[in-house]
Design a protein around this ligand. Structure first.
Ligand SMILES: C[S@@+](CC[C@H](N)C(=O)[O-])C[C@H]1O[C@@H](n2cnc3c(N)ncnc32)[C@H](O)[C@@H]1O
Length: 347
C-alpha cells in the first residue's frame, strides 16, 4: 500500500464536517461560489446557507456541504434566511483585479452595495468579506467608503492581508479580509509561518505522472512561455516548484493556456497543465470534495475559492468571538437594530 501524504491527512482531519445541530450558529454566505469559505465555516461548527448565481457552483456546494445553496442573482433588498449570526461573502472581485481592469465603482458587476445592504437589513453579530489585495491600493478610496458604511451601521471594522501559506495551505495566496464586529476580534494565529506545506507535499506522486488526458504544452506554447518569461524578467521559470508553496491559483492560470498558466515539468522534460484535482489540492480542498460542471467551470470554482483550510482558521476566530463575553454590543460600538438609510451616495 502506498504511503498516505501527511498533508492529505491534515486537510481531511481539519475539514471533517460535524453533524448539523440547530444550536450551531447560522452563517449567510453571499456570492458563495463552490463553497470554499463555507466549507471552513462548517468544519468549525457553523451551519451555512449559500447564495450564488451559477448553477455549477451551486451544485458543487450542495453536493459537498451540509448547508443549502440558493441559486439566484443577488440584488439589494434581497430576502435572505432569518436568524444568521454571521454574514460572510466574496463579492465579485473583477472590478479590483488587474485582469478586470480595476473599474471599481463604474463596474456593474460590483457586489459591495449588495453585501452592505444585507448587513444593514440583517444586522449579524459579525460580517466578513474577502477580496483581492489590490482593493487596498488602487481602489483604496472605494474600500474606505465601504469601511465608513460598515462603521455607520455601528460596527468596528478591521482588515488584514492574509497569506494562505501561513495557515497550512500549500500556496502563497494573499487576500484581503475585512471584519465588521462589535467587540474584540482576534485574527487567527499563523500556524505554518516557518514551515509551510510545499506543492510537492500536497501533490505527492501526482506531480510525476502524466494522466491519459494530460494537456501537454505544445512546442509553440513552450516558445510562447519562454518569451513571456523573458519579457517579464522571470529569474526562476514559472513552472510549479515542488519544494515551495505554489504561486497563487487563479481561474485564469488554472484553466487558460496563457504564458502565466500553472504547469508541471515531468521528469522526462515535458510540461503539462495542472489537473483539476491538483488545483484543488493546492487550494486545500480534500480529495472527497467533488466539483460539478465542465473542466473550465471546475477550474473557475477552484480559482475563485477561499482555501478551505484558511477559511477554517478564520471561522475558528469567528467562533471564539461569538463565544466570548464581549457580546452583545459594547458601549463604544452601539449596534443599530433597524436598517438605516446610509449617507453614502454609493449605497
Ligand atoms: C470570488 S467568488 C466566491 C468564492 C467563494 N467565497 C468560495 O470561497 O468558494 C464570487 C462568486 O460570486 C458569484 N456572483 C457574482 N455576482 C453575483 C450575484 N449578483 N448574485 C449571486 N452570485 C454572484 C460568482 O458567480 C462567483 O461564484
Amino acid at each position: 500500500m502506498r504511503n498516505r501524504l501527511p498533508y492529505l491527512d491534515f486537510i481531511e482531519k481539519e475539514l471533517q464536517l460535524p453533524e448539523t445541530e440547530l444550536s450551531q450558529p447560522l452563517v449567510i454566505d453571499l456570492f458563495a461560489g463552490c463553497g470554499g469559505l463555507a466549507l471552513g465555516f462548517e468544519a468549525a461548527g457553523f451551519r451555512t446557507v449559500g447564495y450564488e448565481k451559477l448553477e455549477d457552483a451551486c451544485a458543487t456546494y450542495r453536493h459537498n456541504l451540509l448547508g443549502s445553496c440558493h441559486q439566484l442573482t443577488l440584488i439589494r433588498q434581497q430576502d435572505l434566511v432569518e436568524g444568521a449570526a454571521v454574514i460572510i461573502g466574496g463579492p465579485p472581485c473583477q472590478p479590483f483585479s488587474v485582469g478586470g481592469h480595476q473599474l471599481g465603482l463604474r463596474d456593474s458587476r460590483d457586489g459591495f452595495p449588495i453585501f452592505i445592504d444585507a448587513v444593514n437589513r440583517y444586522r449579524p453579530q459579525l460580517a466578513l468579506f474577502e477580496n483581492v489585495r489590490g482593493m487596498l491600493f488602487r481602489n483604496k478610496a472605494y474600500f474606505e467608503e465601504i469601511v465608513i458604511a460598515l462603521k455607520e451601521l455601528g460596527y468596528i471594522v478591521e482588515w488584514d492581508i492574509l497569506n494562505a501559506a501561513h495557515y497550512g495551505v500549500p500556496q502563497r495566496r494573499e487576500r484581503l479580509f475585512c471584519v465588521a464586529h462589535r467587540g474584540r476580534w482576534t485574527w487567527p494565529k499563523k500556524t505554518h509561518l516557518n514551515s509551510p506545506y510545499t506543492a510537492g507535499e500536497a501533490l505527492g506522486e501526482l506531480a510525476f505522472l502524466a494522466p491519459l488526458d494530460s494537456k501537454f504544452l505544445t512546442p509553440s506554447m513552450d516558445e510562447y512561455v519562454k518569451k513571456y518569461e523573458i519579457a517579464s524578467k522571470c529569474i526562476r521559470p514559472r513552472d510549479l516548484h515542488l519544494d515551495a508553496p505554489s504561486r497563487t491559483v487563479t481561474c485564469r492560470n488554472l484553466s487558460a493556456p496563457t504564458g502565466d498558466m500553472l504547469r508541471i515539468q515531468l521528469p522526462d522534460g515535458r510540461r503539462r497543465r495542472l489537473t483539476v484535482r491538483e488545483g484543488a489540492r493546492l487550494q486545500s480542498f480534500p480529495d472527497w470534495f467533488e466539483f460539478k460542471g465542465n473542466e473550465e467551470s471546475q477550474c473557475n470554482q477552484i480559482g475563485n475559492a477561499v482555501p478551505p483550510i484558511l477559511a477554517k482558521a478564520i471561522a475558528c476566530s469567528v467562533k471564539a468571538y461569538l463565544d466570548s463575553s464581549e457580546q452583545p454590543a459594547s458601549e463604544e460600538s452601539p449596534l443599530l437594530s433597524q436598517p438605516i438609510q446610509l449617507s453614502l451616495k454609493l449605497f
